[in-house]
Design a protein around this ligand. Structure first.
Ligand SMILES: Nc1nc2c(ncn2[C@@H]2O[C@H](COP(=O)(O)OP(=O)(O)OP(=O)(O)O)[C@@H](O)[C@H]2O)c(=O)[nH]1
Length: 887
């Protein structure tokens, strides 16, 4: 226990204490302020099977949204509503649900328009008044990490659920770290404490060591008689025992003060006091105000009122980076511990007003939304002596005043009854029903005909979605997951917001490259339209799916992040959309790369297209670029734009570059175009067509039909020789595709291309006694390269980030009656658990979980992410190609 730290903590500077942020609205309105203050946008994150869905079901039940508790094992839950989810008992799509905590009084038939909040929370806790909770349930499977990332972007806080038997698991660590990167305040619920082998203390120590924060134990488990059934929790904040009625629905809770408890279970009462001392100590370490309270109460840890403890916990949770992690205990399946957890959500996690400013990019510059909005206000009041920097970058500050709302579409779901639902988080202003939304990713405007608030499976129509709120827009035809939607005063349907606002993007995220693919073939020609439409919706829902259509063979390929990812997409397509199509085997998405350069090849196109004669010429050459490992990047094509007479595009997904030289066409001087290009064409349009054609050629390599990687394409565009009065954008694109295709073929004929395979960064957790077997298997049988053991030099370990290494012996924990010894925590992992980090080809990781389980008596777990693509040796390449041919 860390007694005595209070004294040192007195000297801690006050700079840790964070002050609330201002409202992110163009015109701050007290009403929306009030609504934001009473809102918590939270997510539940955890390893697969830790009990997210089970806990969510209890939250909905206690808050009055549902009248009976859904059961994951019977497939009757509210949040896992896709048939594929119910069949597998896992969560795939994030569902966002609104409910109130504490519940609204039964007399309130409909939710009040405005919350009834007290003037301040100085003397009462927020959980004394109903708050709006927007809960986003996120999936736990590694294949859906992107889905988790996407949800994280819109969260203001998170509850992390741990399995009290398994402790901190691999996926938890990964998502925890990602949430840390977004500075999302987090609290922990140690679940499943009713299970045989539950080890609360070991789990708490693992929290410190593996999640790199000091656990602030707010609840300790109450085992009947000290070592019997799990019956409730010791509430360290309020100094009481909370006992749940056995077998009940969890509403019947008895509370016993320390005095009463001392008469029946003295040891437990004493343990609550010990826990209280440890809690005050850890809070004092990071919160000066707690030190003052401690002194005011004659240095008596137990005398400090519960409200002051909760207020202190709130302050430390909101510190960035978060160093103290409140820990709660329960067993949601037994209905134990969920209501105090909900109180903690309201009391400890931030409202939208208390979050850091949302990041944006505008005209290729990074900024924050409030900075942009305030630039308009400043522009109004001060006359700049010199041109504003943003004006120099093409952003007319004066236009910002027309920006009346800004929102992120964070989830698109095809609901069988309501059609396509677009979940949005509004960051500034309000989206009103009927508003014209400009989608800055797609550069189109569309109207928002209906707005909804989702309450579990029920939807309530609303007139507007205000700042900080999460809601649903129905009837949008184009918006996709991840798109930024803005409302711009006076915008016409065909118009574009001016002053650079058309480029405004909220918190853009990178999508890693897909590593698995499958082929899709409609059963008949008449089915094709429905299959493509269904695929279109799947892609709107999930931008980590990629579609490519090979025009020559007519084959459609769907690529994704993992085999389960594609399996679910296949199920959705066939079962939910009832598409009639043949779906191929799920295969690894290899890449191919050339090994030699070519001389320029010119392709002349001169043929009728759509009944009209079309003509264009393109000269292309290709060369291999350095074979450094390709890192996952974003799919956005970036125009680098080297100089006045050349344009370079980085095609990052496969580490390709396209360089176009256009010596007689200047990028800066459009007057020069008049003399050289037909009037119906423009230089940007020509460049765009060339880029589309080259990308199409690179999408299917001549060697084995895999996407081409690590290649530089050079195009010489001689306007006089290559463009004609009959030249159309389609003709340019087709000629570019043919010229690049011929160049790639010619490179392959001169020197065979090589295959590149995805290589994964794998983190494996095993017990000491299976370590040898697992390392041997990874390095010999699977051709992997072990990079580190137990986090030393690990790329995924804490050493990279500025996170504290915590000595588990300094963490307070109550005794674990059932654990078989606490094990050696010296290596930072509980019960002699060992961590292996290795780079392993993806091919060798297919079906690895079952193998790992066999090697580790079912205890081993692992997570992996794409680390890059690597060239394969000739023997390995031969084996892969033979296997593909067989298939
Ligand atoms: N004994 C016990 N079992 C629990 C508890 N909470 C959940 N479970 C069981 O654990 C299993 C997984 O629970 P879920 O709620 O589906 O877990 P999840 O985290 O939502 O899993 P994914 O949706 O797959 O990510 C189910 O069989 C639950 O019944 C608990 O407190 N005690």
């Amino acid at each position: 226990m860390r007694i005595g730290w209070v004294w040192r903590a007195r000297r801690v500077a006050r700079h840790h204490v964070k002050t609330p942020r201002r409202l992110l609205s163009t015109q701050p309105q007290p009403q929306s302020d009030l609504l934001s203050k009473a809102t918590r946008n939270i997510g539940i994150i955890a390893h697969i099977d830790a009990g997210k869905t089970t806990t969510t079901e209890r939250m909905l039940y206690y808050s009055g949204v549902t009248r009976r508790i859904g059961n994951v094992d019977e497939g009757s839950t509210v949040t896992d509503f896709l048939p594929a989810e119910r069949a597998r008992g896992i969560t795939i799509q994030s569902a966002a649900i609104t409910f109130h905590w504490p519940p609204l009084p039964p007399s309130a038939q409909t939710p009040p328009l405005l919350p009834q909040l007290p003037a301040s929370f100085d003397t009462v806790l927020p959980s004394s008044t109903p708050h709006n909770i927007n809960l986003i349930d996120t999936p736990g499977h590694a294949d859906f990490t992107f889905e988790v990332l996407r949800s994280l972007r819109v969260l203001d806080g998170a509850v992390c659920i741990l399995d009290g038997v398994a402790g901190v698991e691999a996926q938890t660590e990964k998502v925890w770290t990602q949430a840390g990167h977004y500075h999302i305040p987090r609290i922990i619920f140690v679940n499943k404490l009713d299970r045989v082998g539950a080890a609360f203390s070991r789990t708490v120590k693992e929290i410190g060591v593996r999640l790199h924060g000091w656990p602030a134990v707010c609840h300790i488990p109450w085992w009947q008689g000290g070592n019997g059934d799990f019956v409730g929790v010791g509430d360290v904040v309020n100094l009481r025992g909370m006992l749940w009625q056995v077998g009940g629905d969890g509403r019947d809770i008895q509370a016993f003060g320390l005095e009463d408890l001392g008469k029946t279970d003295e040891k437990f009462a004493e343990e609550i006091k010990k826990a209280r001392i440890a809690l005050v100590e850890i809070l004092s370490e990071y919160d000066d105000v707690m030190v003052e309270h401690f002194l005011e109460h004659d240095e008596d840890h137990v005398a400090i009122p519960a409200i002051q403890i909760m207020q202190s916990l709130r302050r430390v949770v909101l510190q960035a980076p978060q160093k103290v992690i409140p820990v709660f205990a329960g067993a949601s399946f037994r209905n134990i511990g969920v209501q105090p957890l909900l109180d903690a959500v309201v009391d400890l996690l931030p409202s939208p007003l208390e979050r850091p400013d949302p990041e944006i990019s505008i005209s290729s510059q990074s900024s924050t939304l409030p900075a942009l909005l305030s630039s308009a206000a400043t522009a109004k009041t001060t006359k700049p002596a010199r041109k504003q920097p943003q004006q120099e970058q093409g952003l007319a500050v004066a236009e910002v005043k027309n920006l009346t709302a800004c929102a992120l579409a964070f989830k698109v779901v095809n609901d069988p009854k309501r059609g396509v639902l677009v979940y949005v988080r509004v960051y500034s202003g309000s989206i009103d029903r009927g508003a014209t939304l400009y989608n800055t990713n797609l550069a189109i405007a569309e109207r928002a005909p209906r707005l909804l608030k989702m309450y579990a499976n029920d939807a309530v129509e609303v007139d507007s979605i205000g700042p900080g709120q999460i809601g649903v827009i129905t009837g949008l035809k184009h918006a996709r997951t991840g798109d930024t939607l803005i409302v711009y005063r006076g915008l016409q349907m065909k118009g574009t917001p001016s002053g650079g606002l058309n480029t405004l993007q909220l918190r853009p995220i990178n999508v890693p490259p897909p590593v698995f693919f499958t082929s899709i073939e409609p059963n008949s020609l008449s089915e094709q339209k429905h299959v493509l439409e269904s695929l279109g919706i799947l892609l709107r829902e999930d931008p980590s799916l990629h579609l490519s259509i090979d025009e020559e063979s007519g084959q459609t390929h769907l690529a994704g992040m993992g085999d389960l990812h594609l399996e679910i997409a296949r199920d959705r397509l066939l079962n939910d959309f009832k598409a009639k199509a043949r779906i191929g085997k799920i295969e690894i998405g290899y890449r191919e790369t050339i090994t030699t350069s070519t001389t320029p090849i010119t392709h002349k196109l001169d043929k009728p297209i759509a009944g009209k004669q079309a003509k264009a010429s393109i000269t292309a050459s290709v060369e291999p670029v350095d074979d450094s490992i390709m890192m996952p990047g974003s799919q956005t094509v970036q125009e680098i734009g080297d100089g006045a007479f050349e344009t370079t595009y980085k095609l990052p997904d496969n580490n390709n570059t396209l360089h176009i030289s256009h010596p007689d066409l200047s990028r800066q001087d459009s007057a020069s175009h008049k003399n050289h290009i037909p009037p119906h064409l423009s230089l940007p349009g020509i460049l765009h067509s060339i880029q589309a054609g080259a990308s199409a050629a690179l999408a299917r390599g001549p060697f084995h039909g895999f996407p081409v990687a690590n290649t530089r394409v050079s195009i010489d565009l001689d306007a006089q020789a290559h463009l004609f009065p009959e030249t159309t954008p389609t003709a340019i694109s087709m000629a570019a595709r043919a010229a690049v295709g011929s160049s790639l073929r010619s490179a392959c004929d001169a020197a065979p291309a090589v295959l590149m395979e995805p290589v994964m960064m794998v983190t494996i957790f095993v017990n000491e006694n299976s370590l040898g077997a697992v390392v041997q298997d990874i390095s010999s049988s699977r051709g992997g390269q072990v990079l580190s053991l137990d986090g030393s030099d690990s790329p995924t370990s804490a050493s990279d980030d500025d996170v504290p290494r915590i000595d588990p012996n300094l963490i307070y924990t109550p005794p674990d009656p059932f654990a078989s010894g606490t094990g050696d925590m010296g290596n930072g992992l509980a019960d002699s658990q060992r961590q292996i980090v290795a780079r392993v080809p993806l091919k060798e990781m297919v079906g690895y979980l079952n193998h790992l389980r066999a090697l580790t008596s079912g205890r081993g777990t692992f997570v992996m992410t794409v680390d890059g693509f690597e060239k394969m040796g000739s023997q390995r390449q031969k084996e892969v190609l033979d296997a593909l041919r067989e298939f």
